[in-house]
Write a protein of this length. Structure first.
Length: 468
């Protein structure tokens, strides 16, 4: 794509009627958004085509002019898509670039397109349609990732691994359960994008500059043509509102936070100290100096994406706070942040999906780690409560003494002898060994949402139905 260097001496042909002089080059540089809002070209043209059709249907312009406009706009779009379009900084933004080219192509009728419209409702429309598409893309990306996590969960529904709190071994859990935890998170993210999409799906077109218009426009018609549920109900709010972008960024930031947590686990799990998973070569890189290394770069970069995505949310909040109604040029600073955040999010979702789909969980390493760190101590305490009718607090204390004894002897809980056990508490019987194994431990946690393979399989079934 080529940019012309503008002629700063002549006044802007779109709004320069009252201007004797053109803008200073620095003014032009700070004012122009075409460098980035060209990404809205398709939405801009779709919106203008719907607007022109409505202007003709309501008799505001002739059918003939509307036809010329609508056809001409398609030509502009094809020029943009094929990279032939010469974007002009002097024409500030995508809206004026498109309209100016339309005038070159079809002449006078082009001048009627902007009837009953302003760039303020135009940009609100274009941006909203762009964000709406991105919400759909995020939902699709999240669903793909959820399906991949489900496949991992299904493959290892009953594999045991340590569950952690404080990154200290807590209780054994199943691999399937751990994978499903992320399915739940990403499902909430998906719902957040869905909610935001529903709320943003009102059409700004027709709010005009800020007050509506005296022309007999049909806002229902343009709303329907552009896939909106209804037109927005207050013209001032419409051109002043960027909630839809903030909600998108908020949903993106929470998703990025979840991705970051999963990425962090993959970084830890793929280390030589853990060896819980092996990442594929396709999603790893090597070191230029240490030949043995395989680095989880994709995971690390996903872990980092939250920085720019959350940054975009904070930036847009900061731009919007304190702006008086209705439109202010500050709002032109909304787009780059959202573009970057959306690009980062889609890339992170795709990379995570690829990484999770490729990765191999190391069943043996998971199981070996599951029993370490006295992970079945809670099972032992629960056994004391059930078998000996001991109050839980006392059982906790007795178990603590048994852990201390095992630690002193340098063995795990199942390796203590019955005599060792009895030395701490008389009443303990042989039966206790039945609960000290990690498989028994996880199998016993059958409460709804618990880690038992039976529960995990039920949840996998539910999610598979839901994601069909
Ligand atoms: N380029 C502007 C933006 O991105 C479009 C709206 C301009 N409106 C105006 N009254 N100057 O926000």
């Amino acid at each position: 794509m080529s940019d012309d260097t503008s002629d700063a001496k002549s006044a802007n042909t779109m709004w320069g009627g009252r201007f004797a002089e053109g803008p200073d080059a620095i003014m032009e540089a700070i004012n122009a958004s075409i460098g980035f809002d060209r990404r809205l070209a398709q939405q801009d043209i779709e919106g203008s085509r719907a607007h022109a059709a409505m202007l003709a249907a309501t008799g505001i312009i002739t059918d003939k002019d509307a036809e010329a406009i609508r056809e001409g706009l398609l030509t502009v779009l094809s020029e943009i898509e094929s990279g032939k379009f010469a974007f002009s900084t002097a024409l500030e933004d995508i809206h004026m670039n498109v309209e100016a080219r339309l005038r070159e192509l079809i002449g006078a009728p082009a001048g009627r397109l902007h009837t009953a419209r302003s760039r303020n409702d135009q940009v609100a429309l274009d941006f909203r349609m762009w964000v709406r598409e991105q919400a759909d893309a995020a939902i699709a990306g999240l669903e793909a990732l959820m399906k991949t996590l489900l496949a991992q969960a299904e493959a290892g529904a009953d594999w045991v691994m340590p569950g952690f709190t404080h990154l200290q071994v807590a209780q054994p859990v199943t691999w399937g359960h751990h994978m499903l935890a992320y399915v739940e998170m990403f499902a909430r993210d998906r719902a957040r994008f869905g909610d935001a999409r529903k709320r943003m799906n009102e059409c700004p077109l027709g709010a005009a500059a800020l007050a509506g218009t005296s022309f007999p426009i049909d806002r229902q018609m343009t709303a329907e043509a552009l896939g909106f549920d209804r037109p927005t109900a207050n013209s001032l709010d419409t051109v002043a509102d960027r909630d839809f972008a903030l909600e998108f960024l908020a949903a993106a930031a929470i998703t990025a936070m979840h991705l970051s947590r999963l990425a962090e686990e993959l970084v830890i799990w793929s280390s030589a100290q853990f060896r819980f998973v092996t990442l594929s070569d396709r999603f790893s890189t090597g070191s230029s100096i240490m030949p043995q290394k395989k680095n989880p770069d994709a995971a690390e970069l996903i872990r980092a994406k939250i920085g720019r995505i959350l940054g975009a949310l904070v930036a847009l909040f900061t731009v919007m706070k304190g702006l008086p109604l209705a439109y202010s040029k500050d709002m032109q600073e909304d787009k780059e942040q959202v573009f970057d955040a959306a690009d980062s999010l889609m890339l992170a979702l795709a990379a995570m999906e690829g990484m999770v789909s490729d990765m191999n969980a190391n069943r043996e390493a998971l199981e070996a780690a599951a029993g370490a760190g006295f992970s079945t101590a809670t099972d032992l305490a629960d056994w004391l409560v059930r078998a000996l009718n001991m109050p839980f607090r006392e059982a906790h204390h007795v178990t603590g003494a048994l852990v201390a004894l095992a630690e002193k002897k340098g063995v795990d809980l199942p390796d203590l002898t019955l005599d060792d056990m009895k030395s701490v508490h008389e009443g303990i019987t042989e039966d206790v060994f039945g609960v000290l194994g990690v498989h028994n431990s996880v199998a016993s946690r059958t409460s709804y949402g618990g880690t038992a393979p039976t529960q995990v399989r039920a949840q996998i079934k539910r999610w598979k139905e839901a994601l069909k």
